[in-house]
Ligand binder design. Structure first.
Ligand code: HAM
Length: 429
């Protein structure tokens, strides 16, 4: 009986692993150079942890299970609640600001589609303990730093930035009651995901007044922050000033060209409280490559003190699709290469085989990648195998080895060969 892989999961064959590792190594390198330290948590947590503040959408997508003691658990769909829990646990001993990163494997029971799987990797960077919007700008910069490094330009992607504070203040000024804001955020987050008619219908169900609906729709399409009327309310004015400081910091950081104001960015997760952002491909065909924002109440909601926090998550799936589409993936991944392939002139001769194995083991002990053929084939075939493995050198064990303890070292690129004594060869490496 053939068993297929589970729907929405991905098998990583060796070439896929090379791509995955290349992406993840880049995430880690960029995190470290931006001053973040790595952390991780368990892949499952108590179910209630994700029910506290992540929002309905993610709760519906949970893979949940009961352990033998009857405890309700869930596989992590995101790592931010774990981060909040971990920071709360050691809050008095952690030096601040907390600048942490992680690359968790996450599971969400979503309907699998292009760029959306049920299991994926997500790069997270978070700054905890900083109220200043400079921290929001740093998070955005770190995401851009990576995207820029892998070759994506402002012609490929845009960082769309808005603010939950601005949205809340604008909705209040339109007349939306405070207790309706949360459910409205969930719908407004779908502005760019639902067909216009469906979105407007849903909006009319939540906001029966047609004039208010119009005002909300007008707000969602403002494309210049200077067009927001700051005289409407103090809260709107404060949110606009805040956002302008973020944009000024991003300009100073040299990534202005990537960043635009877009009030339709709301974010699906319920815990965001301030600046929010998403990175999208310019064609808008794919879902967000990355998303994040400020969540100043989450640590308090998890039983800690009210400590400000901001961060982002970037998934591997959409990023990989985009890099492939732009021809930026495979050309940047270094070709697989072997340092040494060790071949024998006579593969039936046990003395030669023994010497080849010894040579391989010694090379490996010195940190080189080295291999040999398991098949007892002629030298020509072994040399062919060496070039198929993209080996830099081929060491040939032949008669000279038996007579004078000498090896032939062939440079596979130039074809040049050198005869060298076994111990001298290793001494010069
Ligand atoms: P999120 O918007 O749910 O945010 O996810 C961030 C990114 O993870 C998405 O933009 C997407 O690239 C990737 N992603 C999400 N779901 C899937 C999926 N099913 N398949 C493939 N990729 C996916 C969060 O998770 C927040 N916790 C991020 C954050 C950290 N905010 C503050 N700190």
């Amino acid at each position: 009986m053939k068993i297929p892989p589970v729907k929405g999961t991905k098998d990583f064959y060796p070439p896929d692993m090379i791509r995955r590792n290349w992406i993840i190594d880049g995430w880690k390198r960029v995190s470290v150079r931006n001053g973040f330290e790595e952390y991780d948590g368990p892949i499952f947590e108590y179910l209630k942890m994700f029910q506290i503040k992540s929002g309905d959408e993610i709760v519906e997508q949970l893979f949940s299970l009961k352990d033998r003691g009857g405890r309700d658990l869930a596989i992590r769909p995101e790592i931010t609640p774990t981060l909040a829990r971990m920071v709360n646990q050691q809050i008095n001993s952690l030096p601040r600001p907390i600048k942490w990163f992680s690359v968790p494997r996450l599971c969400r029971a979503e309907r699998p589609q292009r760029g959306r799987l049920r299991e994926f990797f997500q790069w997270n960077v978070d700054i905890i303990g900083v109220d200043d919007v400079l921290a929001d700008a740093e998070v955005i910069f770190t995401a851009c730093d990576y995207l820029q490094e892998v070759g994506l330009t402002p012609r490929d992607i845009k960082v769309k930035i808005s603010s939950r504070k601005l949205l809340a203040a604008s909705l209040r000024s339109i007349g939306i009651p405070e207790d309706k804001l949360d459910s409205l955020y969930t719908l407004l987050d779908k502005y760019n995901k639902l067909p216009t008619d469906t979105f407007e219908n849903e909006l009319s169900k939540q906001v029966p007044d047609a004039k208010m609906v119009r005002k909300i729709l007008d707000f969602m399409v403002v494309d210049d922050i200077n067009r927001i009327d700051i005289n409407v309310s103090r809260d709107i004015e404060a949110a606009v000033i805040n956002l302008k400081v973020v944009f000024a910091a991003l300009e100073t950081m040299g990534i202005k060209e990537y960043c635009i104001f877009d009030p339709s960015i709301v974010r699906g997760l319920a815990y965001y409280t301030g600046v929010v952002f998403e990175v999208h491909d310019i064609c808008g065909e794919l879902r967000a490559i990355c998303g994040g924002g400020r969540y100043d109440n989450l640590l308090r909601d998890f039983g800690g003190s009210r400590i400000p926090a901001t961060g982002m998550g970037m998934g591997d799936c959409i990023l990989e699709i985009l890099l492939k589409e732009k021809g930026l993936l495979d050309k940047q991944i270094p070709k697989k290469q072997l340092d040494y392939f060790v071949a024998c002139v006579d593969c039936e001769n046990q003395a030669y085989i023994g010497a080849a194995i010894k040579t391989v083991v010694k090379l490996r002990a010195l940190g080189f990648t080295a291999d040999f053929s398991y098949k007892r084939v002629k030298l020509g075939k072994q040399l062919k195998a060496a070039s198929e493995r993209n080996s830099k050198y081929c060491v040939i064990i032949g008669d000279e080895f038996v007579k004078n303890n000498e090896l032939v070292v062939k440079d596979m690129a130039t074809g040049q060969q050198e005869l060298i004594e076994f111990n001298k060869f290793f001494a010069q490496l």
